[in-house]
Design a protein around this ligand. Structure first.
Ligand code: FAD
Length: 405
């Protein structure tokens, strides 16, 4: 019997297992994850789950029965090593599993905070359900919360903490929020929104140290010497791919595990997908990129399952992403990198608008706030070839939704 081993039971690993069965795969599926419990979605951890609006069961992709009904062997252990010549993985607990195909879907982990005091109690990252539970407990008892890093997760958490009545300050080294992903215009809009929720943003600000008392965090010393009180510090300063098992087995890992356009590594019996995989991204002109999103993990899981079932096609899904902060739903299609012009549709004062991001005459990304309709049109536009040019989009009475037809 054929056997597919999947290392990592997160978004990408779960999706591969589910899609393989959907495609009719009748071999063995071994899904190995080092977190306890059933595979779950991470996005609500910094949103609905943190607000108490959804519970653990609400995070799970599927109940236990799904895994037994579909003969997916879920193993709670850590893949310690890959022996590619023997086509076998070794688990930390000592078990071994042979494979015909190995899927590396080990995701990423938080970049540690490189400042003194980062090991104090009450300095926390947010990646796993266990992190979220620990964080929620601490949040209860904290009055002053400092968030380090104004990326998506940091800002989502800041909005939640402010809604729960905490004094929240967000420190960011860069001049603007979400700077890697959105336009200057969108950064400005979200900065103002956070100020409206009572969040204090400190851009262009570094940290010298985290200060403690009795082993617990008590405050932050900024690089300009200022001190902020804090009973809870949450950092979100990016992630690092969990690529060690690939590296030690001799696979190329320039930035995560390198794969080709079909998501295969240099070893045809091993593929990599999701946050850990660096793939030639069609939307980035074929540049090797790691994307950290549900869309990327799920679409790559589906594409890989299809390939393993003999339906091979280059992976070319359009990247999209969302973030919920307070009453604002930000949705994006495409990659904003290198845009040189922003055309705005609608009025930010209504808290509902869309930006079209151009590089020259090419529409390369769309970012919308509370405009799900525009986002849906955007997804269709990016899946096809025809897109409005900047002159048309900037003209009086331009209607994006007319492009849907
Ligand atoms: P993961 O989901 O991280 O799964 C990898 C799994 O493998 C983990 O369980 C890990 O512990 C395990 N693992 C690692 N090494 C080993 C090993 N050696 N052996 C066994 N298991 C191992 N994306 C969006 O698109 N929208 C959002 O709003 C959004 N919000 C987010 C909010 C938070 C708080 C976080 C943390 C992420 C968010 N994301 C969001 C990102 C999204 O969740 C990830 O891109 C996605 O989970 C990636 O899936 P993955 O399977 O590649 O990795």
């Amino acid at each position: 019997q054929h056997s597919t081993v999947i290392a990592g039971a997160g978004q990408a690993g779960y999706q591969t297992a589910a899609s393989l069965r959907q495609e009719g795969y009748d071999g063995r599926i071994v899904l190995i994850g080092d977190e306890p419990g059933l595979p779950y979605q991470r996005p609500p951890l910094s949103k609905a789950y943190m607000l108490g609006k959804t519970d653990r069961a609400g995070l799970q992709f599927k109940p236990e029965k799904f895994f037994s009904d579909n003969a997916i062997d879920l193993i709670h252990d850590s893949v310690a090593a890959i022996d590619r010549s023997a086509r076998q993985v070794t688990l930390a607990g000592g078990g071994r599993h042979g494979y015909d195909h190995l899927v590396i879907a080990t995701g990423a982990r938080n970049r540690p905070l490189p400042v003194p005091g980062a090991d104090l109690e009450g300095v926390m990252g947010l990646r796993t359900l266990a992190d979220a539970d620990a964080l929620a407990l601490r949040l209860n008892d904290a009055e002053d919360v400092v968030v380090i890093g104004a990326g998506f997760i940091g800002l989502e958490f800041a909005a939640v903490a402010a809604a729960l009545g905490k004094r929240v300050q967000v420190i960011e080294l860069a001049p603007r929020v979400m700077g890697r992903a959105v336009s200057v215009d969108m950064s400005g809009f979200f900065a103002a929104a956070h100020a409206g929720w009572g969040v204090t943003l400190l851009p262009n600000t570094g940290i010298r140290a985290i200060e403690g008392a009795g082993g617990k965090v008590a405050g932050i010393e900024l690089s300009d010497g200022r001190r902020l009180p804090a009973q809870l510090v949450v950092f979100g300063i990016g992630v690092m791919p969990n690529a060690e098992i690939a590296l030690t087995s001799g696979l190329p890992t320039p930035n995560g595990v390198e794969v080709d356009a079909t998501l295969a590594t240099s070893d045809p019996a091993v593929s990599a997908i999701g946050d850990v995989a660096c793939f030639p991204c069609a939307a980035a002109g074929g540049r090797c990129l790691r994307l950290e999103s549900v869309q990327n993990a799920a679409d790559q899981g589906r594409a890989l399952a299809a390939r393993l079932m003999g339906k091979s096609a280059p992976y070319a899904a359009v990247p999209w992403f969302w973030s919920d902060q307070g009453d604002l739903k930000l949705q994006m299609v495409g990659l904003s990198d290198g845009h040189d012009r922003v055309i705005r549709l609608g009025d930010p004062a209504t808290r509902s608008f869309t930006n079209l991001l151009y590089r020259g005459d090419d529409l390369i990304a769309l970012e919308s706030v509370n405009r799900a309709g525009d986002f849906m049109v955007g997804r269709k536009l990016f899946a096809g070839r025809a897109r409005p040019g900047p002159a048309e989009a900037a003209s009086e009475g331009f209607d994006l939704r007319a492009w849907e037809a």
